[in-house]
Write a protein that binds this ligand. Structure first.
Ligand code: ATP
Ligand code: MG
Length: 299
C-alpha cells in the first residue's frame, strides 16, 4: 500500500451544485502533493472531507490504506496534522502558551513540542503574543501545531497565502525537508507557481473535477512547448494569417506539433517570410494549466 490517501469518486454537492465531482485522488507515500486549482475549484472542500470536517455526499476515502468510516476515523485522524484556512492560535496568548494548549489537548510530551517549534524555526519568538507575529510567523506557528503530534500525513490548505517571496520560500523548504524525513504532505494553492518546484506530484482541479494528476514531467509531456519563429519581418508572417502573436524577435505560436510546424515553415517560406530560426520554448506550469483548463477536456 504505497498511497497514503486514496479517494474513490469523492463528491460533494450543496443543494443542486456539485462543488467536488467524482475525485479519484492518489497521494503517494513520502510525496509533496501539490493540490492546485483556481479560486472556488473545490480544494478546501476536498481537504475538509479528507479531515472529516465536511461530510462527503458520495464516494470513499482511504487513509494509510484503510477505509475511513465511523469506527476507523479517530485512529486514522490521530496520524494526520492539518492547517485549514486561517492560521489557528489565540492572538492574545504567546506562541508558547498556544503550543501548551496543543500539548495538553493531544497529550504530547515536551520533546514533541520543542521539536515542532524548532522545525518551523520559531524558538526565538515563543514569548511574544501571537498578535505581534507577522503573517509568516503565524503560518509557521500553525504548522508547528499541526506537526506536534508527529503526523504521518500533513494536510495544509494554502499555507503560503499572503506571504512574501522569502516567506513562501521558507515554507517550501520546510515541506520538502518534511517529505524527505518521511512525512507525506498534501498542500493546496491557487497560485500555481507557488507549488511549482516544491511538489513531486500534482493534482489539478478545475470546477470540482480532477483535470490532471501525476508528476511535473508527466504534465509537461502532455503539453506541446510553444514555437518561436525568429524573423525580422513578423508583420509579413502575421499578414499570411498564421495564428501567431508577436514575440521579441519574431512570432510565437501555441499547440503546434511536428507536422503542424513543418507545414507552417513551408507556408512562411512560400509567403516570402525570411526565417532566421525556429525553436521550442517550454511553457511555465501556469501556461500548461491554462491550456488544460481552457481546453476543458479531461486528461
Ligand atoms: N458550506 C458551503 N455551502 C455552499 N457552497 C459552498 C460551501 N462551501 C463551499 N462552497 C462552494 O464550493 C465551491 C468550492 O469552494 P472551496 O472553498 O472548496 O474552493 P477552493 O478551491 O478552496 O477556493 P479558494 O482558492 O478560493 O480557497 C465554491 O463555489 C464555494 O462557494
Ligand atoms: Mg480554499
Amino acid at each position: 500500500m504505497d498511497d497514503i490517501i486514496t479517494t474513490h469518486r469523492l463528491t460533494k454537492t450543496y443543494g443542486s451544485r456539485t462543488v467536488v465531482d467524482d475525485l479519484d485522488l492518489r497521494v503517494p507515500r513520502g510525496s509533496v502533493y501539490g493540490f492546485l486549482g483556481p479560486n472556488g475549484s473545490g480544494k478546501s472542500t476536498t481537504m475538509k472531507m479528507l479531515l472529516s470536517l465536511v461530510r462527503p455526499s458520495r464516494g470513499q476515502i482511504h487513509l494509510f490504506g484503510r477505509p475511513m468510516n465511523r469506527d476507523t476515523r479517530p485512529d486514522l485522524l490521530r496520524k494526520v496534522g492539518s492547517l485549514i484556512e486561517a492560521p489557528p492560535g489565540y492572538a492574545h496568548l504567546t506562541g508558547r502558551e498556544n503550543m501548551a494548549i496543543v500539548q495538553r489537548m493531544l497529550g504530547l510530551d515536551d520533546r514533541q513540542i520543542s521539536r515542532a517549534v524548532s522545525t518551523v524555526r520559531l524558538q526565538e519568538h515563543m514569548t511574544k503574543p501571537v498578535r505581534a507575529y507577522s503573517l509568516g510567523m503565524k503560518q509557521r506557528l500553525g504548522i508547528a501545531m499541526a506537526l506536534a503530534r508527529e503526523p504521518r500525513l500533513l494536510v495544509l490548505d494554502e499555507p503560503t497565502n499572503g506571504l512574501d517571496p522569502a516567506g513562501i520560500e521558507e515554507i517550501r523548504e520546510l515541506l520538502v525537508s518534511l517529505a524527505a524525513n518521511g512525512t507525506t504532505v498534501m498542500v493546496s494553492s491557487h497560485l500555481l507557481d507557488e507549488i511549482d518546484r516544491t511538489a513531486s506530484v500534482l493534482g489539478i482541479l478545475g470546477r470540482g473535477r480532477l483535470i490532471f494528476q501525476g508528476t511535473r514531467a508527466e504534465l509537461f509531456d502532455r503539453s506541446l512547448p510553444d514555437l518561436l519563429v525568429d524573423t525580422p519581418e513578423p508583420e509579413r508572417a502575421l499578414a499570411l494569417g498564421v495564428p501567431a502573436v508577436r514575440a521579441e524577435r519574431g512570432i510565437r505560436l501555441s499547440g503546434f506539433d511536428d507536422e503542424d510546424t513543418a507545414a507552417l515553415v513551408r507556408r512562411l517560406v512560400e509567403g516570402g517570410v525570411p526565417i532566421h530560426g525556429v525553436r521550442r520554448v517550454q511553457q511555465t506550469l501556469e501556461e500548461v494549466f491554462m491550456d488544460l483548463t481552457g481546453r476543458e477536456g479531461l486528461v
